[in-house]
Design a protein around this ligand. Structure first.
Ligand code: C5P
Length: 227
């Protein structure tokens, strides 16, 4: 039977966030932001390993007592998210048909329910899939003067979230070669190789902490959870 492993790329600097330390290490309800992320993944019974990819030059990880089961640290981060994921896949000890759930470190409000839904709906799909949300708002494309050039139909538009789950071998293969900088999620690497990943309805609370204003919402969501 195939295993399930989680891979969390956390080698970014969070330049849009603008804090002196990377956003994944900011304190959130008494723990580093990324602790909540890793804990959510570790809480899923089917996942046996939670591997976090940090930069070889990381100065923060060892300052915390992570105290989490299933945790494996891979100090192989690269220059882009895709490179960090590719290096992490290279370092993972698993079989080509094992499932890898790649999840952003900064999506710290992930719920175990959303992960269980992803696992159930993807099942043994030949390609794999990702959490995503149907776009609820009217969508505008801007011109160079930031005026509305066109209203884009939102029918069939989805916002990609993570986790994104694919089998280790095909995902590793899809992340080989040039042009990695343009790849901002695993699904687009699989699409580039001709695969059509399955969209599984995600959760609005599974947002990515990107700007300082997002912290208050993350704090409130985590505090409201009973556990
Ligand atoms: O920058 P962005 O928020 O899109 O990054 C998404 C995830 O990829 C974050 O968890 C970040 O730490 C990670 N990342 C990485 N290596 C990089 C750049 C980003 O692991 N070189």
């Amino acid at each position: 039977m195939s295993r399930y492993l989680a891979l969390v790329p956390a080698a970014g600097h969070g330049s849009r966030f603008g804090a002196p330390s990377p956003k994944q290490y900011l304190q959130l309800n008494g723990k580093p932001l990324m602790w909540h992320t890793l804990r959510a993944l570790a809480a899923v019974a089917a996942i046996d390993t939670v591997a976090v990819v940090i930069s070889p030059n990381d100065e923060w990880f060892d300052d915390f007592d992570w105290d989490l089961p299933k945790l494996q640290v891979l100090r192989v981060g690269g220059a882009s998210r895709a490179e960090s994921v590719r290096n992490g896949l290279d370092a993972l000890d698993c079989a080509a048909d094992d499932w890898v759930l790649v999840h952003d470190a900064a999506r710290c409000c992930l719920s175990a329910d959303a992960v269980e839904r992803l696992l159930a709906e993807v099942g043994d799909d030949p390609v794999g899939g990702l959490l995503a949300l149907p776009v609820p708002d009217t969508v505008k494309r801007a011109d160079a003067e930031r005026r509305v050039a066109v209203t884009v139909s939102r029918a069939d538009l989805w916002l990609a979230q993570t986790p994104q789950m694919f089998r280790h071998g095909p995902l590793r293969q899809a992340l080989q070669g040039a042009g990695l900088d343009a790849i901002t999620d695993e699904a687009s690497a699989i699409e580039r190789s001709g695969g059509k990943p399955l969209l599984v309805e995600g959760d609005a609370q599974n947002f990515k902490v990107t700007y300082p204003r997002d912290l208050a919402l993350a704090r409130a969501v985590l505090a409201a959870r009973k556990d």
